[in-house]
Design a protein around this ligand. Structure first.
Ligand code: UT7
Length: 328
């Protein structure tokens, strides 16, 4: 029994933050941002709404597209680093909004690799035959933890969410393999200093701006290029795939240069690479499902996809799957 994606949906908020807008906030410019990252715009969720709002929008669309009643969902997993609250989980809240009354639900925190971790986790429950319908969401309101006075991070991130439906199939399609890694030694280069149990919020932590993303760009960039390219090549070799066999690379959208390096290592031309970083920036756990949603109409049953990520933790990994349907 294989777990196969039977539907996908994405949601980004209407409000757009352009490179020109950022020029007014910090000492940066459109040319620097475009040439170093590939980003032109990102979408920003309004104050007072959280990640569950975007996740629920994506799941509602997903249920409608797949003709699924909310009560039919067995399990709902949400990958995020920007949960609505420390607890309960954002997955619990999304389940309540969409009416998934019979599903149990939980969050996965693996930063930018969260969606791949959650998809791998969800697929196990389908493959064992335990459940029939598993919804996997990736969503982040990165604007809630971004310091808009720090030019090294505020130009990169955006808000969004995406969701997929996993169901069982006996056909030769679906999730074939995944390779996942983590290395907590990477924490020092990319993390949020305060707000967790080791350093709860105080006046001091707020004054020192410790509730925002802290990132040392260069070491993360180097680790990301190596990690994403290596694991993508590794999953191809393990499954005897040549670049001809791969229809699409679905890469985490952190930096166009990291995506290019990964595609080069896999021997793929840019036409086979899903790239939407210019529109959304880095939406952390949402990048992969937003790519699938944007490209859904071009995907054909039998297409071989490699999903590939790298993020905070460090966490990284790749998945090989065969697409299961032609979109109408
Ligand atoms: O998804 C989670 C994982 N995260 C990533 O994968 C991000 C990985 N890192 C990166 O993508 C890149 O390192 C960045 C986009 C964050 C930075 O690009 P870079 O080419 O590595 O730049 P840099 O940090 O080496 O900085 C080069 C220069 C510096 O100035 P000096 O010291 O050479 O005078 C920076 O201060 O660019 C400066 N700089 C900027 N200039 C204009 C940094 N940010 C900006 C900015 N606008 N926004």
């Amino acid at each position: 029994m294989n777990a196969v994606i039977t539907g996908v949906a994405g949601y980004v908020p209407d409000k757009i933050l352009t490179n020109k807008d950022l020029e007014k906030l910090v000492d940066t410019n459109d040319e620097w941002i475009k040439s170093r990252t590939g980003i032109e715009t990102r979408h920003i969720l309004e104050d007072g709404k959280g990640t569950s709002y975007m996740g629920a929008k994506a799941v509602e669309d997903l249920l409608s597209k797949t003709n699924t009643k909310p009560e039919e969902v067995d399990l709902l997993i949400c990958a995020t680093v920007t949960p609505d609250h420390v607890f309960p989980s954002t997955a619990n809240i999304i389940g309540d909004i969409v009416g998934a009354k019979n599903a149990w639900s939980f969050d996965v925190n693996a930063a930018c690799s969260g969606f791949l971790y959650a998809l791998t986790t969800g697929s196990q429950f389908i493959e064992t035959g335990k459940y029939k319908k598993v919804v996997v969401v990736g969503g982040d309101k990165m604007s809630s933890i971004i310091d808009y006075t720090d030019r090294t991070t505020c130009v990169i991130f955006g808000d969004g969410a995406g969701a997929v439906m996993l169901e069982a199939t006996e056909e030769n399609v679906g999730i074939k393999d995944s390779i996942l890694y983590s290395d907590g030694a990477g924490k020092k280069h990319l993390f949020q200093k305060s707000g967790g149990s080791v350093s709860p919020a105080t006046e001091e932590t707020v004054k020192n701006r410790e509730h925002f993303v802290y990132q040392e760009g260069q070491p993360v960039f180097k680790a990301a290029v190596t990690g994403m390219a290596d694991v993508s090549a590794e999953i191809m070799e393990k499954n005897n795939l040549t670049s001809e066999d791969v229809s699409w690379l679905v890469p985490h959208q952190a930096n166009l240069r990291i995506i290019d390096a990964t595609a080069r290592r896999m021997g793929l031309s840019t036409e086979k690479v899903m790239i939407n970083i210019q529109k959304y920036g880095n939406t952390t756990a949402a990048t992969l499902p937003l790519c699938l949603a944007d490209w859904e109409s071009q995907l054909k049953k039998g297409d071989n996809l490699i999903l590939s990520t790298f993020g905070g933790g460090f966490t990284w990994g790749a998945m090989f799957l065969t697409w299961g349907y032609d979109s109408n």
